[in-house]
Design a protein around this ligand. Sequence first.
Ligand code: AMP
Ligand code: GLY
Length: 431
Amino acid sequence: MRTDVLVVGGGGREHALVSGVKRSAGIGRVFCAPGNAGIGRDATLVPIQADDLKGLADFAEREDIGLTVVGPEAPLVAGIADVFRGRGLTVFGPSCDGALLEGSKAFAKEVMACAGIPTAGAAAFTDYRSARAYLEESGAPVVVKADGLAAGKGVTVALTIDQADAALRECLLDRRFGDAGRTVLLEEYLMGEELSLLAIVSDDWVLPLAAAQDYKRIFDGDKGPNTGGMGCYSPVPSVRPHLYDEIADLAIRRTIEELTRRGTSFRGVLYAGVILTQSGPKVLEFNCRFGDPETQVLIPRLRSDLLEILLAAARGEELPAAAEWMPGPCVGVVMASGGYPASSSSGDVIQGVEAASALEGVEVFHSGTARNQEGELVTAGGRVLTVSAVGASFAEARKRAYSGVGLISFDGAQNRTDIGHRAQTAEEIRS
Ligand code: AMP
Ligand code: GLY
C-alpha cells in the first residue's frame, strides 16, 4: 500500500524531506503545508500555516494522510504531535513533553544533569539583579541564553561583561523575547569544534544519522554574527567511529533513557548540538527536529528508505541499527538574501536554479522563495536556497556545489566560500 505524506513547514529542511520521501518505493501523494515556490514543484502545496494545529489535523484526516512529518520546532513545542495522536493520526515528531528538550533550555539542563551528560555549566535566573551579581563573579567570556524558543536569536556569546549585561537586560528587563526570555541561562563558554548529531528515535530504538557540521557565522572564517546556518557538510572526517559511538551514546541514548524513566515517549528526531572540547565532547543544546541546513546534506547521501524509517518511528516500531549512506560526502552552501541576518530582502528575481540543478550530483533546496505576479522566482526571506552536492570526495562535492552557486544569481546574494574547506584539507592531508 502506498503512503500519502504531509510535510509541515516551508524551508530548505522541508524541501529536503519532500525530496527524500519521494525516492521511496512506497510513496503515494506528497503534500507540504505551507511549503514554498520550490517545494511546489515537488509536492502539492497546502495553504495552512505550520502553527495551525487543528487546520493541519483536519486536513490530514480529510485526505487520509498516512504520515505527517513535522519540520519546525514551534508546532512540536505547541503540541502538534499530541493533537494528531489524540485523533488517531500517524505523525513523526515528539509530543510536547519530549519537545520541551528544545522548548526550555533550563529543562534540557536538568535532564542532562540527571542523566550524567557532560554539558557546559549553567545557572538560571529570572531577575536581572541576581543575574548581574552572578555575572560579576563568573566574568567573561560567558554565554547568555533565553530559556525558550527565540527563533534562533536567543543566544549571545558574550566576550565582555558589557555584552553579557546588554543581553541580560534585553531578556529580563526589555522582554525582547517575551515569555521565552523570562528565564535566562548564564552558561560557561566552551571552546572546540562543533558538531551536529541527529538521531531518529522510536521510543526505545535509536538510529543515529551521520555526523554533520554546520557553519553558524555569516562570513568566511567564522566571522560576523550568528545565523540560522550558512552551510553544512556530512560526514565529519575528524569524528572517528569510536568518537561517533561515544557521542551517540552520551548525547542521545542517555537522554532517551532519562525521558523513558520519566514516562515520556519520544518519536521523532533528537538532535544534539555538541562541542568537542579538550576534556571530551559536551552537549550544547538539544533540538527536537531535523536541522536546517543539516537535513539538506544528510538526505542526499541517505540510501536507506527514508519513508520506511519515518513511518516506523512514528508508529513506535523497531528501527534498523544503522542507516546506509553513499560513501562520498555531501556539501551544502546556503545562499542568503541581502541584509541577512540583521534583516532580509524580498522580491529579488532569482536566476539560474534550473541550470544549477542540472549539474551532476547537485540538488537545490528552496528555503525563502516565492513567485511574483509575473510568475518569476523571487527571494522571500533571509536564507533563500541551499545548493547541495554529493561527490566522491570533499574536493569534488565542494567543486560541484560551488559551480551550482556560481550559476545562480539574485540582487544582494551572499554565501560563504569556505563551506567544507576544513574537511577537504583534512582529506588532502590523509591522502
Ligand atoms: P545554541 O542555540 O544553544 O546551539 O547556540 C547557538 C550557537 O552559539 C552554538 O551553535 C554555538 O556556536 C554558540 N554557543 C552556544 N552555547 C555555547 C557555549 N556554552 N560555549 C560556546 N559557544 C556556545
Ligand atoms: N542548524 C541549526 C538548527 O537547525 O538549529
